[in-house]
Design a protein around this ligand. Structure first.
Ligand code: HEM
Ligand code: HEM
Length: 171
């Protein structure tokens, strides 16, 4: 994604944003059901309970933070570069990781944009596309976690250690 020289480690900001996004996506999972009710009630003019309203607005705020954090990660990755994929790893594994990372970034940016567009226009189709992307995102996250564990335990590459805040070497 960039021609910047490869650093030995991820920047502190990038590691912080990676784990921040993990926590935010977990929150979105919990709040998603409430947001769906909040959305229906907003469109149909039904009554909204306090919990649904608070978690619905929370969904909008935390979802927007995902958009900001993913964009910042991409800017950081572009300006600082990313550490290289392990040379010992088979080519197919590095390629699969690259494709998964690309798709993860795409969904992390497109999902909140669709959600915000639906919210500000009141368009239920956009909300539907937004909700539809949730299962593909879960599948990508699952593949990504299996990949990270395989890199660590099977290929014995440093990828997981350099993404863990306490274990990473400084850039
Ligand atoms: C990456 C960030 C986000 C994730 C992972 C996410 C995830 C989800 C999930 C899991 C649902 C429930 C889907 C269902 O039960 O069918 C949902 C619903 C919804 N979200 Fe988000 N969301 C994000 C950001 C946002 C943002 C920024 C907004 C802005 C307003 C938003 C607006 C909505 C709306 C309107 C619904 C209701 C969709 C419907 O019922 O058709 N989301 N979201
Ligand atoms: C919501 C869940 C997650 C999302 C959305 C996510 C997203 C991402 C993305 C987009 C990258 C690509 C970095 C880049 O090339 O710029 C990445 C890297 C990485 N992630 Fe995750 N991640 C998640 C959860 C996890 C978990 C639970 C683990 C650990 C088991 C993990 C381990 C890693 C590692 C080790 C890297 C660096 C790979 C490398 O250096 O080649 N991620 N993550």
């Amino acid at each position: 994604m960039s021609n910047t020289p490869r650093p030995a480690a991820w920047s502190r900001l990038n590691v912080f944003l990676h784990w921040t996004i993990v926590v935010l996506v977990l929150c979105q999972w919990i709040e998603g059901e409430y947001m769906a009710d909040f959305w229906d009630a907003t469109l149909e003019g039904g009554s909204i309970g306090t919990t649904t309203a608070v978690l619905g607005y929370g969904h909008i705020v935390l979802g927007t933070l995902v958009l900001v954090a993913a964009a910042l990660r991409l800017i950081d990755r572009y300006t600082h570069g990313r550490p290289p994929h392990d040379a010992q790893e088979p080519k197919w594994a590095s390629l699969l990781a690259r494709v998964t990372h690309f798709l993860l970034y795409t969904v992390l940016l497109v999902m909140p944009v669709l959600g915000l567009a639906a919210w500000f226009t009141g368009n239920d189709d956009l909300a539907g596309y937004h909700a539809f992307l949730w299962n593909p995102l879960l599948a990508l996250i699952g593949l990504h976690i299996v990949g990270a564990l395989a890199q660590h335990f099977w290929f014995r590459s440093p990828a997981l250690k350099r993404m863990l805040p306490g274990l990473r070497q400084s850039a």
